[in-house]
Design a protein around this ligand. Structure first.
Ligand SMILES: Nc1ncnc2c1ncn2[C@@H]1O[C@H](COP(=O)(O)OP(=O)(O)OP(=O)(O)O)[C@@H](O)[C@H]1O
Ligand SMILES: [Mg+2]
Length: 257
C-alpha cells in the first residue's frame, strides 16, 4: 500500500532475456514498476524496447528470466500453470491487438466467453455481459457478429470482454493502434474512466501521444528499464515511484505536477 492506494502491480528488478541462436537479447534489465488501483499508466518507448514483453510478463503469458512480479500482492512468478490461469481469469483483463473476437459468436457471446470458462450461470452471464456492453456504449449491437461491427465497436466489445471477470488490472497493448483518431480517443477515455470510476489499474503500452497524454503517468522504457523522464513536449511529467536498479535498489521519485 502507498498511502491509501492499493498496489495492483509491482514489478521488482525484472529481467527478461531471449536467446537468439548464440546471441542473448537482453530486453528487460532490472525493470521496476508499481501501479495502483485507480491509476492509468502509459508505457512508451521505441519499437523493440520491450513494452509488449513487459505486459506479457505481468499478464502471466511469459516468465521473467529473474525478478519478482506481484499481482494484487501475489508473486505470480511462483505460481504453477493452473494457479496462473486462475489469476489471469480473475485479476487480469487484456486488450491486445492480436486477441481478436471469435468470429462465429455475437458481440454478447464474445463477452460471455470468459464467464463460461468460470462456470457463471447463463442468466447471470447474459445480464453481466449486457451491462458490460453498456459500459462501453455498444449494447445496441449486442446481437451482431464481429464482422458486422466497425473497428471501434470491435475494440469496445474486446474491452467489455477484458472486463468480464471484473479484473483489478487491465493490460492494453496499443489500444488505439488500429483506430482512427476520434475512435481511438473514445477508447482512451473509456480506459481512463475504468481506472477512475471503477478503481482498476490500467496499464497501456502505446506509441500514441494522445493516449500517453491522457494517462496519470507516462513511463519510458529505455535500455531495459522504465524511466519517468519527459518524452519530448508531447508527454506530461509523471508522478511517482518508478525506479531503476543500476545500484540494485529501488528509486522513488517525487511527483511533478
Ligand atoms: N519470444 C521471443 N523470442 C525472441 N525474441 C523476442 C521474443 N519476444 C520478444 N523478443 C524481442 O524482444 C524485443 C522487445 O520486443 P517487444 O515486442 O517487447 O517490443 P515492443 O516495445 O513491444 O515493440 P513495438 O513497439 O514494436 O510493439 C525485440 O527485440 C523482440 O525481437
Ligand atoms: Mg509491442
Amino acid at each position: 500500500m502507498v498511502g491509501n492506494k492499493q498496489v495492483a502491480v509491482d514489478c521488482i528488478d525484472v529481467h527478461r532475456e531471449f536467446q537468439d541462436g548464440s546471441r542473448v537479447i537482453k530486453v528487460l534489465q532490472g525493470t521496476n514498476l508499481s501501479v495502483h488501483r485507480g491509476e492509468f499508466v502509459a508505457i512508451v518507448g521505441a519499437s523493440g524496447s520491450g513494452k509488449t514483453t513487459l505486459l506479457n510478463l505481468i499478464g502471466g503469458l511469459d516468465q521473467p528470466t529473474s525478478g519478482t512480479i506481484l499481482v494484487d500482492g501475489e508473486d505470480i512468478t511462483l505460481l504453477d500453470d493452473e494457479q496462473m490461469s486462475k489469476v489471469r481469469r480473475h485479476k487480469i483483463g487484456v486488450l491486445f491487438q492480436d486477441q481478436h473476437l471469435l468470429p462465429i459468436f455475437t458481440a454478447l457471446e464474445n463477452v460471455e466467453v470468459p464467464m463460461l470458462l468460470d462456470d457463471v450461470p447463463a442468466e447471470e452471464r447474459h445480464e453481466r455481459a449486457m451491462k458490460l456492453l453498456e459500459t462501453v456504449f455498444v449494447e445496441h449491437r449486442a446481437l451482431h457478429m464481429p464482422h458486422e461491427l466497425s473497428g471501434g465497436m470491435r475494440s469496445r466489445v474486446a474491452l467489455a470482454r477484458a472486463l468480464a471477470n471484473d479484473p483489478a488490472i487491465l493490460l492494453c497493448d496499443e489500444p488505439t493502434g488500429d483506430l482512427d483518431h476520434k475512435t481511438g480517443g473514445e477508447i482512451i477515455q473509456l480506459l481512463r474512466n475504468l481506472a477512475k470510476n471503477q478503481n482498476r489499474a490500467v496499464l497501456a503500452a502505446t506509441h500514441d501521444p494522445e493516449t500517453a497524454r491522457m494517462a496519470d503517468r507516462i513511463l519510458l522504457l529505455r535500455d531495459g528499464v522504465l524511466v519517468d523522464e519527459l518524452v519530448g513536449e508531447f508527454f506530461k511529467a509523471s508522478r511517482v515511484d518508478v525506479g531503476t536498479t543500476k545500484n540494485g535498489t529501488r528509486r522513488e521519485t517525487v511527483a511533478r505536477e
